[in-house]
Design a protein. Structure first.
Length: 469
């Protein structure tokens, strides 16, 4: 149940507000809530104890004792989004608590019924999504205060993460110079220092994974705004406005690549009492590849195209047959879908089919935004017919930046998936759980990830324009 949109066909130009996209935060949900009404305290109590309950293998027992609550006391869109986030996090923990060898294939009605109800209200599938893990899982740090100070949540620049699957809520700051300020307790989180409880270390890398993904979404905001400006410039037409928009889009795509790079090379700084104290610097992987592969990844995995759950998941009280849904995936982010449609990048049938299916996992208004871009006049045709060499160069620079982003993403996946897999297999003794096998070379969305990423990168390169004559 998203806020009502006006009739799109009567609007004279493309605007972000028509699709509930924030001028400041893009596809991130502005001011997401962190608490539900007291009626839903049983959900919140379990969600806030997920690290302990998963690590102690008590989550399933707690969920089985959970009262059946419906969604009638959820008021407003943000409460619905938070409920979806909480229930879907609990669902992933319930299914995968004991690893891929022993997944639960039946979701109890006390969890299945409210999850499906709130999902139908929102127009979303009943599974953990990118729109949960990232878009609705952050908040501004003490908004409006001149000196917000240190807070007890996971902070990224001016935001913090609420519901990582693992690890307690602690303060971490990533400021504009790409340095992270962390309490002392966060310094022993690398794989060689893992003790008997891997869940806490999993929490550090999971928070890092979410952190960087939020930064990617935030870095995309100027590009989204530039895209809107460009579409309207084509309609006018206004060559100067279009050129300016294309130049801004290129810069935004390059910023996205830099933000993604913070996944694995950042600087850790020790801060005791303030944001500006003396710092001890250490270069490290902010998201540990071994932990991501062996601990975190399975909790983003779904029950479609997953050999570990070939029959799917039975949502008790909802359907007599198991249902199949893909897990949370970067392909569910609206950003690159919008850029592809605007730039006219056309993917192979296999890749395009997967990407179009991922749109069903986006908030409906974000899907509508992509469709509006798709129905707009062709940017490529406009540039070619204009004969404007500046526009052609600016367009090609956008395409090249997008291809470079996809090449970098491919390198990251190679590090965190392909390279990590044999290392995980070869680990003889470790406190980490056994590495997942079913999706060994597949993404959490179920696709053959390396082949897919190479294909979308190569098709992006093919979109480069050449002036005829």
């Amino acid at each position: 149940m998203e806020p009502q949109s006006q009739n799109l066909k009567t609007a004279p130009s493309l605007t972000l507000g028509r699709f509930h996209i924030s001028e400041d935060y893009g596809f991130l949900l502005p001011n997401p809530l962190k608490e539900l009404p007291d009626h839903y305290r049983p959900w919140m109590e379990i969600a806030n104890r997920l690290p302990h309950l998963i690590g102690s293998h008590q989550l399933r027992a707690q969920v089985n004792e959970m009262p059946l609550l419906n969604c009638q006391f959820l008021t407003g869109y943000r409460e619905q989004r938070l409920a979806h986030l909480v229930l879907s996090f609990i669902t992933m923990g319930y299914v995968w608590q004991d690893g891929e060898a022993q997944p639960k294939e039946v979701l109890p009605r006390t969890l299945a019924l409210p999850l499906v109800e709130v999902s139908r209200n929102l127009g979303l599938p009943p599974i953990l999504l990118h729109s949960d893990v990232v878009l609705a899982n952050w908040a501004t740090r003490n908004p409006g205060r001149k000196n917000p100070g240190f807070v007890s949540y996971f902070v990224i620049r001016d935001v913090h993460i609420y519901y990582p699957i693992y690890g307690a809520k602690e303060g971490v700051n990533l400021n504009t110079s790409s340095k992270i300020t962390v309490p002392r307790s966060f310094l022993s989180t690398h794989s060689e220092n893992i003790g008997a409880d891997p869940w806490k270390s999993g929490g550090e890398s999971l928070r890092g994974f979410i952190l960087v993904t939020v930064l990617v979404e935030k870095a995309a905001v100027p590009g989204i705004k530039a895209l809107v400006q460009a579409v309207n410039a084509v309609l006018l037409p206004s060559p100067d406005s279009l050129l300016q928009a294309l130049q801004q889009l290129r810069l935004s795509i390059q910023d996205i690549t830099r933000s993604l790079g913070q996944m694995h090379v950042v600087f850790w700084n020790l801060s005791l009492d303030s944001w500006t104290s003396t710092k001890a610097v250490l270069s490290t992987d902010y998201v540990d590849p071994d932990i991501f592969y062996a601990v975190i990844r399975i909790f983003f995995s779904g029950w479609k195209d997953n050999p570990a759950m070939p029959a799917g998941l039975l949502y008790e009280g909802v359907s007599k047959e198991p249902l199949h849904y893909s897990g949370a995936s970067a392909a569910q982010s609206t950003v690159l879908h919008a850029f592809d449609e605007f730039l006219g990048v056309r993917h192979s049938k296999e890749s395009a089919d997967f990407l179009h299916r991922m749109r069903d996992y986006m908030p409906p208004s974000h899907r509508a935004f992509i469709e509006e871009i798709h129905s707009a006049p062709s940017l490529r045709d406009h540039i070619l017919s204009s004969g404007n060499s500046q526009l052609l160069t600016a367009y090609n620079q956008c395409v090249e930046a997008l291809a470079a982003l996809r090449s970098y993403h491919l390198a990251m996946v190679t590090k965190y998936l392909i390279t990590a897999a044999p290392k995980a297999k070869g680990r003889k003794t470790s406190h980490l759980p056994g590495p997942p096998q079913a999706l060994e070379e597949r993404g959490t969305g179920g696709t053959a990830v390396v082949r897919f990423l190479k294909s979308v990168r190569d098709k992006t390169i093919e979109a480069i324009l050449h002036q005829s004559g």
